[in-house]
Design a protein around this ligand. Structure first.
Ligand SMILES: O=C(O)[C@H](O)COP(=O)(O)O
Length: 223
């Protein structure tokens, strides 16, 4: 039975300031580093075969901090796809491959692009546009924030990527860690758990808390 772990990056400096982040590349806060360390402790006994992250530093930091505590003591090595997925694969000698865990870094797992809201304080935005409008922008499936992506747009890039890469590894019996973002992970959980547009409104993914799924008979089940 293969394992899939999804983890949202630890608190970033802009999560701390309650600012819409999206594609702005903001690092972890001290709390975020502690959350990543804790996630790593929780996952220390899981023997991962592959790690996937977005290109954003907060997700990469979280994956690396967590993997540094893994009992396998393998070295996580970042592999950049440069958009050419077919070129991914075994790039080291068999001997080296035994000691490394590939960390695939790809923009398809990036946070939802928040458009004109990026850089704006969430509480102040709610004061200007109203709580309901801001909740719709933040949590609805198909209403995009001004000039940004709605969750459906995000899902259109994350789900094909998930199926072609991550699910493929799970089918081969590999254990996979995915370190990504609140909304890119919401779209993936929506797909795995077949949530409706209404159900996804309530789906919240906290920072730094690993979600564990087991893969058996072509089905992913949350543990
Ligand atoms: O991009 C952001 O601001 C956060 O990572 C996710 O924000 P949200 O909870 O407002 O969707």
């Amino acid at each position: 039975m293969a394992k899939l772990v999804l983890v949202r990056h630890g608190q970033s400096l802009w999560n701390k300031k309650n600012v819409f982040t999206g594609w702005v590349d903001v690092p972890l806060s001290t709390v975020g580093i502690e959350e990543a360390l804790k996630a790593g402790e929780t996952l220390a006994d899981v023997e991962f075969d592959a790690v996937y992250t977005s290109v954003q530093v907060r997700a990469l930091e979280t994956a690396m901090i967590a993997m540094a505590q893994n009992k396998s003591e393998k070295t996580p090595v970042v592999i950049h796809s440069d958009g050419k997925m077919s070129e991914w694969g075994v790039i080291y000698s068999e001997e080296m491959n035994k000691n490394i865990i590939p960390v695939y870094r790809d923009w398809h797992l990036n946070e939802r692009y928040y458009g004109e809201l990026q850089g704006m304080n969430k509480a102040e935005t709610a004061k200007t546009y109203g709580d309901e409008q801001v909740h719709i922008w933040r949590r609805s499936y198909d209403v995009p924030p001004p000039n940004g992506e709605c969750l459906q747009d995000t899902a259109e890039r994350t789900i094909p990527f998930f199926k072609e890469n991550i699910l493929k590894q799970l089918k081969e019996g590999k254990n996979v860690l995915v370190s990504a973002h609140g909304n890119s992970l919401r779209s993936i959980v929506m797909f795995i758990e077949e949530l409706s547009k209404e159900e996804v409104l309530k789906l919240e993914i906290p920072t730094g808390v690993p979600l564990l799924f087991s893969y058996e008979n072509d089905k992913l089940t949350r543990e």
